[in-house]
Ligand binder design. Structure first.
Ligand code: PLP
Length: 856
């Protein structure tokens, strides 16, 4: 959908929000210049929240964000400024639709990149940026059927020219095939190059949690409406805007962007003599928010939800203010001839969304069946426990999620004034205060949209604190090798080209990373920590530690470690993504930290949505409270030097109340009980599995924390079996695999959470133990090493339905699909067999299925 609408070669659909997508585009332009060109030009008519996030991100990388009027940017300016890239918005924040083809050529001739923020709906009418040589095109897809939700969650799309595809941030879904040749989708270039979990030092970005669910909503909106429906929606909006413009001009108002617009008008309100009431007073009385776009102008943007009566109401605000006669619906009813008010050379001529999927599901019954057919391919919490370690897949209760469907929550504009969002505001403040109590800290910001974004924001807080004390030179960050991958992930290109340690969350905050060793048993090497802290004491900025560590153990030396850091002038960042093991039992402040982030999409019950949305709030100690992020559009109180880290002041505001409800419904005792049960459940699994598998790390009492690492290395030696073979075989048993090959390549990380019953834990353990028995048959030679039930897993119906002649395997079909009795009652059928990973990365295709593939 994004590729087609933007006219670009390849696309990702689920970055965190438009403003951080803008920052990713800028960093790509910088990297593309081999980190040599430090100036990046941004047109002043790019959205203010995007500009704010660019400024914040620019600081860590040493990129100089030059803001100016792009229409005055000459070719010699581009050369003199030695720009790595230019950013424009199309249509811009003032509603103008301008032409940038010449600019694109100019910037290309000096080796820079042309980056463009845009609106997918407008592109149904406007010539797409791909047709005028843009390199990176991004924006928010929220307009495609996603509620405003007071700011989020909203997915950002990100499309690039082919030459840039291997440098793209975020997750890329690619098309591959399974062993039978059937089309199969997978995250492409992932294990091999991109995923910061797996190849921490080779990741292309710090994006882990994304906006997968929201990207799917936007895509399904396009599937349902199709090209004709979308065009109709866009035409109607544009026609309404034309009517509004004509009426306003009748009343004597001048329109700033009259020459070329899509859905937005900037209106000069000084024109007609103002009557007794100001335009703002009138608008407020009838509940319309006019955007003040300057001292003398207001902005109006129309969307698909605007009814004819709404249009009349808006027109009449201006009629009243200018003393003109009120307009009635019947006066507008006469049909107008529709000619777009867009310069002909900027109108879209190319077709879009021609693919069958956008042209076959246009009735409610059809779209329902299509969505359901996709859903049937997913193994989710409705089927079984999802034992993903370090991902905390727990119950998302209906009672906490129902309010998402209420218009009172979903219908509020991101930049609604505070007095119109008092309910939201109270809820956010209560959540912040509860999170402070839980973490033991003094202040909280819910702005970051993921755990990784929280890490980044938290480290900026630490840097700003040092700077405020005249210690801005402190730039060393110590990170144990057992930390989460988002903490240190290194960007390969940056590393090889610039020769500096260009590490992620830490490096994005302008810090240099020094690794700290761990002992054999997975615990932190305190001696190494002390030596490094003392060695760097003049420049020590921070220590980042994950607690409990990603090895699934409570770090016993955590308080000592924090003391060592404080004695040497540093601050402690405690990665609290796995707070599920500590809520009500201990907390980051008790451990000795100064800042932490939490993952509300883990510990606090927001569903993962196939990879997002998420919320990664940060909590800080008293001395850091004044350094929390702020926002340019809606003041969040405070004047922090950091600025904004996300597009909206409270990040993904509309999902915050899932966590709010979770906390309020459980209360203090309930939350502590949840932690205890999570620990008990993990230890129960550890106890049942320890006679069958090697547990990598346990503490002195033979206990694990809320998750456990099972080491499968021995089976590679004894039977040629890899972690993936176990993971695939678990699918035949009806389970989603645990986290694989992370944080140790030969391991599985298992986390049951408090939500699972004893019966479900037993079912999972039974499956793991049964697989262990299958492995024994391979070790003992009863089954061949390269042709067995694990190597061939998973087994979809298409394989089981092979004729007797074709079924030439040394095990029965029954053993393949019904290895344990419960499966006869409850069977989840995988839709594809083993996927060809190498093929998918070599033939990187990110398109939807063809008609033939859809028919299969
Ligand atoms: C999940 C996780 C993160 C990253 O969080 P995202 O929301 O996926 O960016 C960071 N640290 C730890 C320990 C985690 O488990």
């Amino acid at each position: 959908m994004v590729m087609s609408l933007t006219g670009m070669d390849i696309a990702n659909a689920s970055l965190l929000d438009e403003a951080t997508a803008a920052a990713e585009a800028m960093v790509m332009a910088f990297v593309n210049s081999n980190s040599r060109k430090k100036n990046f030009f941004v047109d002043k008519a790019v959205s203010p929240q995007s500009i704010a996030v660019l400024q914040t991100r620019g600081k860590g990388f040493g990129i100089n964000v030059v803001i100016g009027d792009v229409s005055n940017l000459s070719r010699s300016d581009i050369e003199n400024l030695d720009l790595c890239g230019v950013m424009v918005q199309y249509p811009d924040v003032n509603g103008f639709v301008r032409e940038y083809a010449t600019l694109a050529n100019d910037i290309h001739s000096t080796g820079g990149l042309m980056t463009v923020a845009t609106d997918l709906l407008a592109l149904t009418m406007l010539k797409p940026p791909g047709e005028w040589n843009a390199d990176i095109v991004f924006g928010s897809s929220a307009r495609f059927g996603v509620p405003a939700g007071y700011g989020g969650p909203h997915a950002a799309f990100f499309a690039v020219a082919d030459k840039l595809k291997r440098k793209m941030p975020g997750r890329l879904v690619g098309k591959s095939k399974d062993v039978t040749g059937k089309t199969a989708y997978r995250l492409a270039l992932q294990i091999s190059a991109r995923e910061q979990h797996i190849r921490r030092e080779k990741a292309t970005s710090n994006i882990c949690t994304s906006q997968a669910l929201l990207a799917n909503m936007a895509a399904l909106y396009a599937v349902y409406h199709g090209p004709i429906g979308l065009k109709k929606i866009a035409n109607r909006i544009h026609a309404f805007t034309q009517i509004l413009k004509a009426k306003l001009e009748d009343f004597g108002y001048s329109i700033h962007n009259a020459s070329a617009y899509f859905d937005t008008l900037i209106i000069n309100i000084d024109g007609p003599t103002q009557k007794t009431q100001s335009i703002h007073d009138i608008a407020e009385k009838i509940g319309i928010n006019l955007r003040k776009s300057g001292d003398h102008t207001v902005g109006v943007t129309l969307d698909e939800s605007v009814s004819p009566q709404d249009l009349i109401d808006i027109i009449n605000v201006f009629a009243l203010a200018s003393g003109a006669n009120l307009v009635t619906l019947s006066q507008l009813a006469s049909p107008i001839e529709f000619i777009p008010d867009i310069p002909v050379h900027l109108q879209r001529e190319s077709s879009f969304l021609q693919h069958p999927v956008f042209n076959m599901h246009h009735s409610e019954t059809e779209i329902l069946r299509y969505i359901h057919s996709l859903q049937e391919k997913d193994l989710s919490l409705v089927h079984a426990m999802i034992p993903l370690g370090s991902c905390t897949m727990k119950l998302n209760s209906t009672s906490s999620m129902i309010p998402l469907t209420w218009p009172e929550f979903s219908g509020i504009h991101p930049f609604a004034p505070l007095d119109q969002a008092q309910g939201y505001y109270q809820l956010i403040k209560e959540l912040e205060s509860d999170l402070c109590k839980i973490t033991g800290f003094a202040a909280c910001s819910v702005q970051p949209n993921s755990g990784a974004a929280g890490e980044y924001a938290g480290l900026l807080v630490i840097r700003a604190y040092h700077a405020s004390r005249g210690e801005g030179h402190r730039d060393i960050c110590l990170i144990p090798v057992s930390a989460h991958g988002t903490n240190p992930a290194v960007s390969e290109q940056l590393l090889s080209r610039s020769g500096i340690d260009f590490l992620k969350s830490a490096v994005m905050a302008g810090l240099k990373v020094v690794s700290i060793k761990t002992h054999e048993d997975g615990t932190l090497n305190l001696q190494d920590l002390r030596e490094k802290a003392e060695k760097y004491n003049k420049n020590l900025a921070a220590f980042m530690i994950t607690y409990p560590s990603t090895y699934g153990v409570f770090e016993e030396g955590v308080q000592t470690a924090c003391n060592i850091i404080h004695e040497n002038g540093g601050q402690v960042y405690l990665d609290g993504a796995n707070l599920n093991a500590q809520v009500g039992l201990t907390n980051p402040a008790t451990c000795g930290g100064d800042v932490c982030h939490l993952n509300l999409h883990k510990t606090f019950s927001i569903p993962h949505g196939g990879g997002g949305p998420g919320v990664g709030p940060i909590c800080v100690a008293e001395h850091l409270a004044s350094f929390l992020p702020t926002h340019p559009v809606v003041p969040t109180g405070g004047t922090s030097p950091i600025g904004a880290v996300a597009a909206s002041p409270w990040g993904s505001a509309s999902i915050l109340f899932i966590s709010w409800a979770y906390i309020k419904m459980l209360g203090g005792t309930g939350l502590a009980d949840a932690s205890k049960l999570a620990l008990l459940n993990a230890n129960y699994i550890a106890h049942r599995l320890q006679n069958h598998y090697i547990l990598r790390y346990t503490n002195a009492n033979n206990r694990v924390a809320h998750e456990l690492l099972v080491d499968l290395a021995e089976f590679d030696r004894k039977a040629g079996l890899k972690v993936a073979d176990f993971a695939k075989r678990l699918q035949d048993y009806g389970f989603h695999p645990p986290t694989c090959s992370w944080p140790i390549s030969t391991c599985m990380l298992i986390e049951p959470t408090e939500s699972e019953s004893l019966a479900e834990l037993d079912r999972f353990c039974d499956a793991m133990i049964a697989i262990r028995e299958e492995v024994e048959e391979i070790i003992s030679g009863k089954q061949p090493r390269d042709n067995n039930v694990l190597k061939h897993a998973p087994h979809p119906i298409s394989i089981i339905a092979l004729s007797d002649k074709e079924w030439n395997r040394p095990y029965s079909r029954e053993k393949a699909v019904y290895p344990l009795p419960y499966l006869r009652e409850r069977k989840f059928w995988p839709s594809v067999s083993r996927i060809d990973d190498a093929y998918g990365d070599l033939n990187l295709i990110c398109e939807c299925p063809t008609v033939e593939e859809l028919a299969v």
